[in-house]
Design a protein around this ligand. Sequence first.
Ligand code: GCU
Length: 716
Amino acid sequence: MALESVEPATKSTGARFFRRVASLLLPIVISLVTARAESGHDAWLRYAPIHDASVLQKYDRIVVLGETEVLQSAGTELARGLQSMLGRTLPLQKEMSSGAIVLGILPSLPKQLRNRLLAPATDGYLLKTTTMQGRRVLLVAGANDRGVTYGVFALLRHVALHQTLDALDERQNPSASIRWTNEWDNLDGSIERGYGGRSIFFSAGNVLPELSKVRDYARLLASVGINGCVVNNVNADTRILTSEFIPQLARLANVFRTWGVRLAIAVDFASPKTVGGLNTFDPQDPAVIAWWQRKSDEIYRVIPDLGGFLMKADSEGRSGPSAYGRTHAQAANVIARALKPYGGVLIYRAFVYNHHLDWNDLKADRARAAYDNFASLDGSFDDNAVVQIKYGPIDFQVREPVSPLIGALRHTNQVLELQITQEYTGQQRHLCFLAPMWKEIFDFDLHANGGNTPVGEIASGRTFHRPVGGFVGVADVGQDENWLGFDLAQANLYAFGRLAWNPALSARQTIEQWTHLTFGDDPKVNKTIVEMQLESWPVYEKYTGSPLGLQSLTNIVGDHFSPGPESADRNGWGQWIRADHLGVGMDRTSGTGTGFIGQYSPPVAGYYESLRTCPDNLLLFFHHVPYTYVLHSGKSVIQTIFDSHYEGADEAQGFSSRWKSLEGRIDDTRFRAVLSRLEYQAEQAKLWRDTINGWFFSLSAIADAKGRIGATVPHS
Ligand code: GCU
């Protein structure tokens, strides 16, 4: 129903005149309201007015069954959202009555009703129009408090997206128990690989005195089903575990708790020595074992619901069990056992590799490292220990095959690590919507159990019936009003949460929802943004790394942002592409190369090993071929590199002009901020195109068939 039709009828001429003027002005007023100043702070929780008086009109109050902080904030959120979208105030009440929206956990419902319901699993929820004690109600029921919160946000999303609310009967369970973000915040307030300003948690060695931004962040996380957050850098500062610091962490946990988000922290493996003053951190030493237990006891006394610890050990210069000849499982288990009495988990990262590899050794291969270090330990981790595996075997590149370790851990809990912060994918200064990439990863069948074992299923723990599993996204939000420095990059945070909850959602569904919630109803705005977002990852890939599996080709020894193909080779980091004047690509075959391909199950290994079946988009990740090698597409490698960079750069030019066509349809603040990023991206894309093409042209001395390159880049 349109807003005009609820205006009271009146008969006087003056009033008629007034109504006429008002009806002429109304659309302008509405557009001014919708084009109100937007900072991006509310992200997808803007609750813009929807001008439809019929929505939920049968309900006029909210009844919250229970007193907990989480339930209370869920009730308040529902009232706030409905007030903002529908312009109606639904009072929060305790007594049941007809026409109530009832919020509660299952055990708080009358037995008769409960018996009629199919109970949701932990963190799951039900939305159902039903009767309760003879009264007509809309029920938002959760298996636990957190489930109620998720149900409330789902209901608000339905309202905001104009989805039908009649005869609601929806039951949703999350895919997995761990749906966490990792924040790489340092205690001094800087953020490793963060592009949205300073830390919202820490400054000058302490937790910030004022935590309203943390509260708002926890609300955003809860709205997409995220239930845990590691607040400090994986390259952990040892002070996090000091007795002076722990009470400060409790302040963060208190804020998170309101929204059902569990605090977790990254800890350093050498802490028994550096913090505890012991002369060892050997995980088998009884004094070390006792220290970890005492430390857990101390933390859980003030943070009883701490999610657990995250550990980066023996990686990029961090201490680890190798110092004492112990295994990663021994290291993980000693800490997991200390957390177990409290229900905490120890998450141990599989990102372990030697960053002093010998470039001259043709068998050396960083891609092998995670599997080589962890596969043989399968089955030796405790039940509350979890191995966190990056999606690819290298490091968050624009394209990588999925990590073979994911299919190899069958008797060990694992979680899949994705990156929301765009470290190697444009650092929030380039548009790069990552959900299409994540979906390819989730859907990839590793044939780990004979077939039909997509990564999303394995990670969620279902394939191998693991007690714990899930998804972790490195988010790195900051103090910038819009959290990530770029309004359009918020889509990655939204999509991560929604896909961690339900990996079966499509990238398109996710971005359509996000766009509508974030920018409103205008069909042109929606169509334009959805299409740009969905195209953005392939476009970025084309003008940076090339669509042949060459990784990102950023400057890997510097900023991980600007073009730096020469930095890939001839160093110990192992992000090699082995480009010389004859050919390019890493030979990772079992036949003649590093043998990495042999880490996959036979059907997958066979597929990558053979040039006949290896897909073009990963060819150079797995094979070293001459520049003249002809792809399945019928084009040579070198010409594909040249063409894709032109194509990608051209497409990137189009983003800013498409965005400009939305002028006046989007609030000015976000319109301008996004435009300036897209214009910058357009220039950067040309720089990328010319740098990469020039570099390959100099190296290969093969002319571009279309004659575009030799003219500008001298052949050295
Ligand atoms: C990347 C990133 C580092 C980070 C590391 C990790 O290499 O550049 O900043 O510490 O990943 O995931 O541990």
